[in-house]
Design a protein around this ligand. Structure first.
Ligand code: FES
Ligand code: FES
Length: 149
């Protein structure tokens, strides 16, 4: 049995050490806002925050998690930067199909957590690992600038 903290709430989970966090979130805890895309750290759909840093939950196994604070799309709106990002996302109508967007929002929030006024190149670098098949990149960049304003 392992205790993990997600969105400020503790959970006891009985899972193998090598189970990816993404599986625990979706299949064990029923938190399906975090998406499965590639499973090999290539798309960013599964991005969550661990201690405010963006990580790929498909590649983060349970033995890598101890007392860290995990934030998912279900809770990021309770954080200051997450709320700013989600508000800007709505204002700029970023979303198309939506599949990649929880990962995009988590990476954008991590960017604002480390850089309050990111430049275009800062944004492009921070968001490079989040793939959007609908091509929402221009609106994502615009929304991040809005959130940072
Ligand atoms: S599902 Fe984790 S990076 Fe694609
Ligand atoms: S909004 Fe459709 S994949 Fe990004």
């Amino acid at each position: 049995m392992k205790t993990i903290t997600i969105n400020g709430k503790t959970h006891e989970v009985d899972v193998p050490d090598d189970m990816p966090l993404l599986w625990v979130l979706r299949d064990v805890l029923g938190m399906t806002g975090t998406k499965y895309g590639c499973g090999i750290a290539q798309c960013g759909a599964c991005t969550v925050l661990i201690d405010n840093m963006a990580v790929r939950s498909c590649q983060t196994t349970m033995d890598m998690i101890d007392a860290q604070q995990i934030t998912t799309i279900e809770g990021v709106g309770e954080t200051e930067n997450g709320r700013k990002i989600q508000t800007a996302w709505l204002e700029k109508e970023v979303v198309q199909c939506g599949y990649c967007q929880s990962g995009q929002i988590m990476s954008a929030t991590a960017l604002l957590n480390s850089n309050a006024k990111p430049t275009d190149s800062d944004i492009d670098e921070a968001m490079a690992g989040n793939i959007c098949r609908c091509g929402t990149y221009v609106r994502i960049r615009d929304a991040i600038h809005t959130a940072a304003a």
